[in-house]
Design a protein around this ligand. Structure first.
Ligand code: SF4
Length: 287
């Protein structure tokens, strides 16, 4: 079977994840082990690679058991309570919170401090329980409300002033729809489009990429919320979009002779993984 295969030049880790992985690898060059509070990246293949180098994923309950050790805070960030726990237990923190998330945390904190004085509320459009969202809610001492859909927005109390933020990896189109709804209920809603620019740009470029290929192989871990959003985006443009984590999941029935195949991924998918899929597919088609 003859296929033309290409990799999306805009895919690969986002800056925040690159930075976190680099810092972990730097540390592990001189130490046999590093604890990461939660998965440093939602990608089991990349995690496996880092585990072999000594990275150990632990939960917040396990952090509470540590004394005088070192922990890594991933790009998603953490609520203030985690830093307080680390301080109490004498833990050194390698803080890899993405600068974009740090800035968002500050804005949420400042807005909350200002609005609460007049009975206002902070609403975050995001995935409940996601680490980044927990970190944002933590800036408000648990006072912010998290919504994941327009249906949940309908249940809010719009008699009170409101500020709307977004988790950095949400779909810009969905956020715009939710923001419009807020404005329709309360024209003075403070809307802060805090979707990461890298994510927003990737949405745009992926639409083009999905259109210009016959088949899309979308590579991402099943845990990645950004992966879920971007996969659905590609599939909405190109129904012949398939999600996979590694080359063994490639199914040759997906392809027809002469197809143009595009390989792309989430912000948590490393470039090397896309290249592996590329090489495997090329090898199979040349057999
Ligand atoms: S998606 Fe954007 S905000 Fe989130 S970690 Fe990556 S660069 Fe930072």
């Amino acid at each position: 079977m003859k296929l033309t295969i290409g990799i999306d030049p805009h895919s690969g880790f986002c800056n925040g994840v690159v930075r976190a992985v680099q810092q972990a690898e730097n540390y592990l060059q001189f130490s046999p082990r590093l604890y990461s509070l939660g998965a440093i990246v939602h990608n089991s293949v990349e995690l496996e690679r880092l585990k072999k180098k000594g990275l150990e994923i632990i939960s917040i309950d396990e952090v509470a058991q540590l004394r005088n050790d070192v922990i890594l805070v991933r790009a998603h960030g953490e609520p203030p309570a985690t830093y307080e726990l680390a301080r109490r237990n004498g833990l050194q923190v390698i803080d890899c919170t993405c600068p974009v998330v740090l800035k968002l945390q500050e804005r949420v904190r400042d807005t909350w401090e200002r609005l609460r004085k007049t009975g206002g509320q902070v609403v975050i459009f995001g995935k409940k329980g996601h680490a980044e969202v927990n970190g944002l809610v933590g800036q408000t001492g648990g006072g912010a409300v998290v919504i994941s859909s327009i249906e949940e927005a309908r249940e809010l109390d719009f008699s009170r002033p409101v500020a709307l933020f977004s988790q950095t990896t949400k779909d810009p189109v969905e956020f715009a729809t939710i923001a419009d709804y807020f404005r329709s209920r309360r024209p003075d809603t403070e809307v802060y489009d805090t979707i990461c620019r890298q994510v927003a740009l990737r949405h745009k470029s992926l639409v083009e990429f999905a259109r210009s290929n016959n088949v899309i192989l979308f590579v991402s871990g099943s845990e990645s919320s950004n992966g879920k959003v971007l996969f659905e985006l590609c599939r909405s443009i190109n129904p012949r979009t398939y999600r996979l984590e590694n080359a063994s999941q490639i199914d040759m029935s997906w392809f027809h002779d002469g197809d143009k195949v595009g390989i792309c991924g989430a912000t948590s998918t490393p470039k090397w993984q896309l290249e592996e899929i590329f090489i495997s597919l090329q090898a199979v088609t040349q057999e």
